[in-house]
Design a protein around this ligand. Structure first.
Ligand SMILES: *Cc1c(COP(=O)(O)O)cnc(C)c1O
Length: 501
């Protein structure tokens, strides 16, 4: 059972009376607070075993060792840890997570990293090669997504999709404050937009206005129109969204933004390196990129379907004037003139080098082929799911496939799949399960294994109504739970456990 499963199982065991009382009076009544802390401690105490599977088996260091350990022993230990963990993702049992994962390819990226491990783009004078890599990563990504001689699409390399999104939202906030005097900025995003937009709203004091989806799991354009007001600084759409893999109506939404003179961000973190090739392969891909005049920024993750090592993404803007609002400059610091394009100061130039090496080594033909394989595998899997009358695919996705059930508890189906080795994502509102296909799933036999296991899982759930499953009741609870504050507190303590030695 995965750590997340265990967490949710324990979540289900919190006394609901305690939870409700805590939610209502949380900080006001010291007794309840203390009781809650006890509940959290006992839940997480048991959870610690699955979160820290190596405890007792490998040396743990709460403090620096007196003298340094032998390098070979360190490498040997890491080999052992790696061997324990790699089978699951290598054999295609995991949704998303590792997007390429071929051993020889990983070895290539590792060599690129090793060659560049000392690079820090903060020191562009010392490491001009890294500036070259980053400029070219941005340009190659921009040209994939509709840049041409007329539209001045620029951007920066970031540490991941979340940073790309946070930066774009900060940029719109500062632009709107400077150019329009907007002091209480609002952004509008579909409920399916990534949590990073909510994170941006929290970090930068933006009001996030959520709009619902239509029956095809695409943003409701009329709702977006109604949500616009004089404080709106940007509208958001996903291509595709993480939960359902569906594309929002980017053309309509971006025209709405254009007409209102506000920003429009296409979140192509997931689709940036897939959709352009899907289009070339003849799949129905509605326009989503800078070819639409209303699209003013985009995010595209090199560390997902760009097949780079983890830790890079690209944020793009229409026009360098907008990009200037992302940049940071300090002119009065005693440390001298200081400037940085993204949140970090020092940055891992080696990761930019691996992203560049990924793009250049794979090339258009390689991405086309990877996309072809993933989309063909997806068609096979979607057809297999459609043969099961108990299941229903949500919307009309290309390669991130969410399925629900009108007759079965879908979380029980997910439980049965977990029993068979799979690590899928449970979704809320509506209850569903998703599988994001990567190159790991295009390996011969993996799609067939998934469908066999899915059929078995459905049959098992039908035949065993008495089996409540490990996660199913919990997911049911977490999906319906009105006590979000308690869930949030629990998740914070869960993160505390992650940092326990
Ligand atoms: C993964 C993802 C993000 C966030 O990216 P991270 O690299 O995990 O920070 C944002 N939007 C979408 C659609 C994604 O799939």
């Amino acid at each position: 059972m995965s750590v997340k499963d265990t967490l949710f199982r324990w979540l289900n065991r919190v006394n609901p009376r305690v939870m409700r009382a805590a939610e209502q009076t949380l900080k006001a009544v010291p007794g309840v607070d203390a009781r809650m802390e006890q509940e959290y401690a006992s839940m997480l105490g048991e959870l610690e075993h699955s979160l820290k599977p190596y405890a007792g088996e490998f040396d743990a260091y709460a403090e620096l060792p007196k003298t340094g350990r032998d390098r070979e022993l360190i490498l040997d230990e890491m080999e052992q840890l790696n061997a324990r963990e790699r089978g699951k993702w290598q054999e295609g049992f995991v949704s998303g997570a590792v997007y390429h994962g071929d051993a020889a390819y990983i070895e290539f990226l590792n060599r690129v990293y090793a060659l560049n491990s000392q690079s820090n783009p903060l020191h562009a004078d010392v490491f001009p090669a890294t500036s070259k890599f980053e400029a070219e990563i941005v340009s190659m990504t921009a040209h994939l997504l509709g840049a041409d001689e007329t539209n001045d699409i620029v951007g920066t390399v970031t540490s991941g999709g979340t940073e790309s999104i946070l930066l774009a939202m900060k940029t719109y906030r500062d632009f709107a404050r400077d150019k329009k005097g907007i002091a209480a900025p609002e952004i509008i995003a579909p409920v399916s937009a990534h949590a990073a937009f909510d994170k941006a709203a929290q970090y930068f004091n933006l009001k996030l206005v959520h709009i619902p989806l239509d029956a095809a799991m695409r943003a409701d354009v009329d709702a977006a129109r109604r949500a616009l007001n004089k404080n709106t600084i940007a509208l958001i759409g996903s291509a595709p969204c993480f939960p359902y893999g569906t594309l929002d109506p980017i053309q309509e939404l971006s025209e709405l933004a254009y007409a209102h003179g506000i920003g429009f961000h296409t979140d192509a973190c997931l689709g940036g390196f897939v959709l352009p090739f899907a289009e070339k392969l003849g799949y129905a891909v509605p326009p989503f990129d800078f070819r639409l005049r209303g699209v003013t920024s985009m995010s595209a993750d090199t560390h997902k379907y760009g097949y780079a090592a983890k830790g890079t993404s690209v944020v793009l803007y229409r026009g360098r004037a907008l990009r200037h609002y992302q940049y940071y400059t300090a002119t009065d610091w005693s440390g001298g003139l200081y400037f940085s394009p993204t949140f970090a100061g020092s940055r891992p130039g080696a990761l930019s080098a691996t992203a560049w090496a990924a793009l250049v080594s794979i090339g258009q033909a390689g991405y086309l082929e990877a996309t072809r394989a993933i989309l063909e595998t997806a068609t096979k899997i979607k057809n297999g799911i459609r043969e099961l009358p108990e299941l229903k695919i949500l919307g009309d996705p290309l390669w991130v496939i969410a399925f629900a059930s009108a007759t079965l508890d879908i979380y029980k189906v997910m439980d049965a799949l977990t029993q068979r080795g799979w690590s899928l994502n449970g979704l809320h509102k509506p209850a569903a399960v998703h599988l994001a296909l990567t190159q790991r799933h295009t390996v011969p036999g993996v799609a067939e294994r998934f469908l066999t296991d899915l059929r078995d899982a459905v049959a098992y759930v039908k035949a065993h109504p008495e089996d409540k499953g490990a996660m199913a009741p919990v997911y049911g609870l977490a999906a319906n739970l009105p006590l979000r504050g308690v869930v949030s507190d629990l998740l914070k303590r869960y993160m505390d456990v992650l940092y326990k030695v």
